[in-house]
Design a protein. Structure first.
Length: 335
């Protein structure tokens, strides 16, 4: 009996010791995971805390300036109501709003915002080969993204938009880049972006707002879009910045589908690239770009139109893979 009791006791000790050890190991693993997630959250929160924030319009004490800045904001948010096909001031654009590309009236982090515009302009731009001021920059958007006509420098609407962009960016020192300004630069894929994969993703994640045919949804007043067209005659033309798929992919990564943010993205990097490839492979208005990039060696690796200073094709310049083009570009710059 004594021997049987000792054997049973030994069995119980070994069993519970193993179970307890396993429990502690699993518990330690769970705690490690919690610590890692908590650390990631703290890092993310600290990063977001440093993001650019626009100057508060409500703090403007000069009544005249405040009215001009507020008008400028409304022009950015509802451009088509003033300058679209049924605009109350002029009829010179395609019906899209500046807000369709510059989210939250140009204030959203990584939403193609205006954080660094006032601080960095005037500046040399390789696309035109000239030093450009803010008037030129705004008119670039008028003629490319809004597929329309330029405004005169002394035009009231031009002045108001400039006043708004300058004011909200006045918190950034001249010559400095604001944190989370413009569009996020996604890592290049090791493959070409795939428009076939992109179509399936677009239909599943984008078409409910932008429609299967990419034409978007007009607001009830028929003056502006609730959801803008992504291709077709009323969309941005082939000269717009967003026509480059790196810009479009970086733009949608932290902004689309509706509700996505930097802290809560809804698309993977690959999905963003493939959706961009599909959208940019659709028909849209053409713009004569013969005067762009006077120094063709300065063209971005994903500029989709030749001539180029390298041996890569237009197809590869449009869809990638871009890493070989980037590496060749670096080699040429060292020579």
């Amino acid at each position: 009996m004594t021997i049987i009791f000792l054997v049973m006791a030994l069995f119980i000790v070994l069993f519970f010791n193993s179970s307890i050890t396993t429990w502690f190991q699993n518990n330690d693993s769970g705690l490690d995971s919690l610590y890692v997630e908590a650390e990631k959250k703290v890092i993310l929160q600290n990063e977001i805390a440093k993001f650019w924030k626009p100057a508060d319009i409500n703090l403007i004490t000069d009544t005249t300036l405040k009215q001009e800045v507020e008008y400028g904001k409304d022009l950015i948010a509802h451009t088509a109501k003033y300058l679209g096909p049924n605009g109350s001031v002029k009829q010179i654009t395609n019906g899209m709003n500046c807000n369709n590309c510059h989210l939250d009236a140009g204030t959203k982090p990584w939403g193609n915002n205006y954080g660094s515009v006032y601080s960095m302009y005037p500046k040399m731009r390789a696309r035109s080969g000239q030093v450009e001021n803010l008037y030129k920059r705004v008119n670039d958007c008028m003629e490319r993204s809004l597929n329309g006509l330029p405004l005169q420098e002394n035009n009231r609407e031009m002045k108001a938009m400039i006043a708004y962009i300058e004011y909200i960016g006045s918190t950034v020192p001249k010559g400095k880049e604001a944190n989370a300004s413009g569009i996020y630069d996604l890592e290049y894929l090791d493959r070409a972006a795939d428009p076939v994969k992109g179509k399936a993703l677009y239909d599943a994640k984008c078409a409910s707002c932008h429609q299967v045919n990419g034409e978007g949804i007009l607001a009830a007043d028929k003056k502006e879009y609730t959801y803008p067209p992504l291709w077709g005659q009323n969309s941005y033309n082939s000269g717009a910045g967003l026509f480059r798929i790196s810009r479009f992919a970086g733009y949608i990564k932290y902004n689309m589908p509706l509700g996505a943010t930097y802290e809560n993205p809804q698309l993977s990097d690959e999905e963003s690239w493939d959706i961009a490839a599909y959208v940019e492979n659709q028909p849209r208005p053409f713009k004569d770009l013969s005067q762009d990039w006077p120094d063709i060696s300065k063209k971005p690796v994903d500029h989709p139109f030749g001539p180029f200073s390298d041996r890569f094709t237009e197809i590869q310049h449009k869809f990638g893979p871009f890493k070989p083009i980037k590496e060749a570009k670096k080699k040429n710059e060292k020579k």
